[in-house]
Design a protein around this ligand. Structure first.
Ligand SMILES: Cc1cc2nc3c(=O)[nH]c(=O)nc-3n(C[C@H](O)[C@H](O)[C@H](O)COP(=O)(O)OP(=O)(O)OC[C@H]3O[C@@H](n4cnc5c(N)ncnc54)[C@H](O)[C@@H]3O)c2cc1C
Length: 420
């Protein structure tokens, strides 16, 4: 662990995907002294791989979304990670959840119609929520809502249409056998990260910016803030002088909740091929998505979101497990119960340095991403997934936003040097 320097050219707050991207870009420039101040004892933030049963499990980011355009895909390959390219069938195979093939086709057609309606609505002058596009009493409304909690971490009524359609999804999703978290751990190697260094105040009133922590104070000429929007909105870090625009933008981009439960599975499941997805219920918004034997592992990965995930998180792992086992037993028969045991689970909302999973924009707040990302006085820079204009809520969006902020810092330092 790096000790705390008393002053540096650039301090990066947060060693998640954005902070690691920013610090690597600054180090590459070779001309500036840097420190990365990280509240946790580990790097990666919302990307974290664990291995409680001997094989890697990603507690946070797992998928290289838009993998064919994702800058981390070639980096992972270059570093020798094994990239799995099997396309996931997220919420398309409803026949495994007790629906007929005809119903499954209707569902897919409904999803496509929603997607077209979202693009049309986004072109209207006034923003609105995704829920306004549902047909009243529609057969698939609850499943559309559940799907929103998995994708956005929030129910349709909370999500801005304009922001939603700005996300660029190439439809290609890959993952790393070793874990996405391990990739970021590798990318952070050799960076000057000071752990257990939670910043509580950023004093940017003087000629140097002063960053206060319980461990001490660091003075920096430039700062890149990469913490989640929750940390800014809830004033875990205070800016002095205050930055009301940043606070308002962070509040307009709250973090939704998505959690994972990992279950160990003995043997195969009847009629479910390895790697297959199941939806627990097609008629309730309180349901989980399951992947059975992913990457041929003796496990089931369960994914759930929104208010339901926040409530289950408060109840704890036993409640999560019992919910999942009941749903799976309803679909596959009671015999499966005795072949499952809980392995691990997440509680991202209670995590003090995340306070949620990933950002979505409230209706009317799509433009808050640009407000949040804008530098202050050309010396306080902002990055993190919520600052990404097109890849928000993802690890690669965070990584790219970190690189953009680092380039902004380097340009501002060159400009300041030229002025002297
Ligand atoms: C369950 C779940 C599933 C996901 N699935 C995917 C996926 O499949 N693919 C994908 O691309 N993305 C996924 N994501 C989203 C992805 O993990 C995040 O968008 C991304 O990792 C955010 O990176 P970041 O650098 O912006 O923020 P963070 O990773 O949160 O990094 C910020 C860092 O700042 C630190 N910090 C906070 N407060 C302070 C402070 N006061 N002082 C110092 N340090 C502080 C934190 O500890 C953290 O390390 C998922 C997330 C979750 C939770």
């Amino acid at each position: 662990m790096t000790g705390l320097p008393s002053d540096v050219d650039v301090a990066v707050i947060g060693a998640g995907a954005a902070g690691i991207g920013a610090a690597r870009r600054l180090r590459e420039a070779g001309t500036v002294s840097i420190v990365v101040l990280e509240a946790r004892e580990r790097v990666g933030g919302r990307v974290h791989t664990i291995a409680p049963a001997g094989f890697p499990l990603d507690r946070g980011a797992e998928w290289l979304h838009s993998a064919d355009r994702n800058p981390l895909s070639p980096i992972a390959q270059h570093l020798g990670f094994s990239v799995h390219r099997r396309p996931p069938e997220w919420t398309t195979r409803l026949r495994r959840s007790g629906e007929t093939i005809k119903a499954e086709e209707e569902w897919i057609a409904t999803r496509e119609a929603q997607s077209r309606a979202r693009r049309r609505a986004a072109a209207e002058p006034v923003d609105r929520s995704l829920a306004t596009l549902l047909s009243p009493g529609g057969r698939w409304n609850k499943l559309l809502d559940a799907t929103s909690t998995w994708g956005n971490g929030a129910e349709l009524e909370r999500v801005s249409v304009k922001d939603y359609v700005r996300y660029e999804d190439s439809g290609t999703n890959w993952r790393l056998a070793e874990g996405y978290g391990r990739l970021f751990q590798t990318l952070a190697e050799g960076l000057p990260v000071a752990h257990e260094s939670a910043v509580s105040r950023i004093d940017h009133g003087g000629s140097a910016i002063r960053l206060e922590m319980a461990r001490g104070t660091v003075a920096a000429s430039r700062v890149i803030v990469t913490v989640p929007t929750s940390i800014i909105a809830q004033e875990v870090i205070r800016f002095d002088p205050a930055l009301p625009d940043k606070l308002a933008a962070a509040a307009g981009l709250p973090l939704g909740v998505d959690n994972k439960l990992f279950i160990s599975l003995e043997g195969a499941l009847p009629g479910v091929e390895r790697g297959a997805y199941l939806v627990g219920s097609t008629t309730s918004r309180e349901t989980m998505s399951y992947q059975v034997r992913p990457l041929d592992r003796p496990a089931i990965y369960c994914f759930f979101g929104g208010r339901f995930a926040a409530a289950l998180e408060r109840e704890g792992q036993t409640a999560m497990f019992s919910f999942a086992v009941d749903e799976l037993a309803r679909l596959l028969g009671n015999d499966v119960r005795k072949r499952m045991a809980p392995l691990a689970s997440t509680a991202w909302q209670r995590d003090p340095w995340a306070r949620g999973s990933y950002s979505f924009a409230l209706p009317g707040h799509a433009d808050d991403r640009a407000v949040l990302a804008a530098p202050v006085d050309d010396r306080l820079f902002f990055a993190g997934e919520a600052c990404s204009p097109n890849f928000f809520s993802t690890a690669h969006g965070a990584w790219l936003s970190g690189i953009t902020a680092a380039e902004g810092v380097l340009t501002s330092l060159r400009t300041a040097e030229g002025d002297h």
